[in-house]
Every structure is written in C-alpha cells, then in structure tokens.
Design a protein around this ligand. Structure first.
Ligand code: SAM
Length: 317
C-alpha cells in the first residue's frame, strides 16, 4: 500500500531540489509511522490529522472543491499514514471532502443570514478561519481537548486568521465544563456584546460521544443566543468494514431514528444534504458506490441498516 503525502507542485532549480527533499522526508516519516503501527488513530485526536490529510489531498487537485493550504502541514505523516490505511470504500476521502464542502456552504448561508458568532466544537485541525471569506469582525471560537488546542496553537502561531479567532481547551463530554464554556463563549467579549445569532458546528464530533452525552449536548445548545447548529450524522457507514481503524477512537453515536433523534429534542431541520448524493455530484464518489447514489436514499428519520450519512443544519423550535 502506498504511503505518500499530497503531491506538491514541482518547482525549478534549488527550490525544486528542496521540494523533492521535503517530499522524500515526508515519505520516510510516513513509512516510519507505518512501521511503528501508527496507521490507526491512537486516540480520538488523531482523527483530526486523518481528516486533515483528506483536505490536503483535495487541495492538491486541479479541480479542488475547496482549498485548505494549511492542511498538508497539519496532517503530518501520521495523518497521511492513517488515510492510506483506511477502509477502501472511504480511502479516497469522499465523506470528509463532501462534508467539508457542504458545511462551508452552510456557514456562508448562515453568515449571509446574520450569524454574529461561530462556535466550532471539536474544531480539531480545521482551518476555516484562515481560508473562508469571513467578515473581519466576526468572532470565531474553537474548542477541543487541551493537547489538540496546544498543538494547533503552536502549528499556526505564524498564520493570520481572516476574522477574530479564539481557542478554548474543554472536554465537551464533561457537562459542567461544557456549560461553562458555552456561557463564556456566547457572552460579551471585548467590544462585542453577547451573541444573538450564533452558529454552532460539531463536525466529526457526535460519532465519538455516547447517546446520553449527545442528548445533554443537544439540550445545552438549545439556548436563545444560538440560531443554528450544523452537525454531520453517519449510520452504518463505517462499522463492520472498518477493521481496527476505530479501535482507539470507538464510534458510539448511531441513533436508529437518525435525524429524528434531534427532532425529539426540539431541533428542527432547516437543511439536510445526503453525503452520497453530493459526493457523486462533486465527482468524488468511488465508482463502486455510484449506482447506490441513484437509488432512493434512506429515510433520514429511519435510516435502518443501510449505510447513510448527511450534513444537517438545525434550528431550535
Ligand atoms: C474527526 S476529528 C474532527 C475535527 C474537525 N471538526 C474536522 O472536521 O476537521 C474529531 C475531533 O473531536 C475532538 N474531540 C473528541 N472528543 C472530544 C471531547 N470530549 N471534547 C473535545 N473535543 C473532542 C478530537 O480531539 C478531534 O479534534
């Protein structure tokens, strides 16, 4: 199995040689990662490196549906090694690429509708504050586990975000820490008053939490300062075929009533996009899955045993 970083543009002369040396170094590191058996996430935070590798590979394509120039550096050799060892049906990264593009578009839609703050819960190595067109005064707050926040702070210290960016260390599965974070993040900041039309993102988070924690999170997010919540949901998409990939980062949340789980908690669906259909439209769906994307898609409130994934934007009633 090949383990290589995202292809970089070739450069001439000394820069070209330097570039080849960098690629060779990254390839060696990736091989070492494989030899050290770091081809599966060793903890849930490694999943952030994994998805960053897919964003880096998308960025390197001439027909990229988004560009994330920092992703290659953030993914590192381990991110690429995990991506290359992923189950074959998801190895080209179509679920991550598709959900990234859909969420980018929903963020733009929310901002156009007056969103005045973004809370990215479990932001991982996401770089949207550096790559999206955003109002310069927009306050964007990221939250993740302490080690991930420290790693990201260090890695991006020299980069300039396009809006006002803050990062918080918080265990989002801890009820009191989560509530304290939400109070602080949604309250007044510097010259800015409290949020009144905030957007919350939980991209790639819910699946690692158990049902009870997701229930309490959904209840905590139902507050007047929050106008929208964007989440991704996946059922039966990886389990069974995923081997040891999720051994150290087990998938927990897979509600049998799909999007209905959130409706029962008072959340209303404003947008729902099926990943497989969009992956085909974006030309990222593997050939073998394409016929399935033309079939009637599962009922989002009762996905059953069929693999299904979607990006959903909610509003609280
Ligand atoms: C698959 S990554 C997604 C990262 C990012 N949202 C993205 O899409 O690129 C999952 C992220 O969830 C974070 N995470 C998992 N459990 C968490 C928890 N209890 N509290 C805070 N962050 C958590 C991990 O550290 C990791 O960054």
């Amino acid at each position: 199995m090949a383990h290589s970083p995202a292809p970089r543009p070739r450069m001439a002369g000394r820069a070209g040689r330097r570039d080849r040396v960098t690629v060779a170094h990254a390839q060696t590191c990736a091989r070492l990662a494989v030899m050290a058996d770091r081809t599966v996430p060793t903890n849930v935070s490694d999943t952030a490196r994994w998805v960053a590798a897919y964003r880096a590979r998308e960025t390197a394509r001439p027909d990229a549906v988004f560009r994330d120039p920092l992703a290659d550096r953030l993914a590192g050799p381990q991110g690429y090694a995990i991506a290359d060892a992923a189950p074959s049906l998801m190895r080209n990264g179509w679920p991550v690429v598709t959900r990234t593009k859909l969420i980018d578009d929903l963020i733009a839609k929310s901002i156009a509708a007056g969103c005045d703050r973004v809370l990215n819960l479990a932001a991982g190595l996401d770089t949207r504050p550096y790559r999206l067109e955003l109002p310069p005064g927009l306050l964007w707050i990221e939250a993740d586990l302490p080690e991930m926040v420290a790693e990201k702070d260090a890695a991006l210290a020299g980069e300039t975000p396009r809006c006002v960016l803050r990062r918080h260390s918080v265990d989002l599965a801890d009820d009191s820490a989560r509530k304290a974070f939400l109070d602080e993040a949604l309250g007044p900041h510097d010259q800015t008053g409290a949020a009144s039309k905030a957007l919350v993102l939980t991209e790639g988070l819910l699946v690692y939490l158990d049902n009870a924690t997701v229930t309490r999170l959904a209840q905590d997010l139902a507050r007047p300062e929050i106008a929208w919540w964007i989440a991704d949901l996946a059922t039966r998409i990886t389990r069974g075929r995923a081997g040891s990939v999720f051994e150290n980062a087990p998938l927990r949340f897979e509600p049998s009533n799909g999007a209905g789980f959130f409706e029962e908690l008072g959340w209303q669906i404003t947008d729902l996009e099926q990943l497989m259909v969009w992956a085909r439209k974006l030309r990222r769906l593997p050939l073998v899955l394409r016929p399935f994307s033309y079939l009637p898609q599962p009922n989002p409130r009762q996905p059953g045993r069929t693999p299904w994934s979607a990006v959903i934007r909610f509003q609280h009633r």
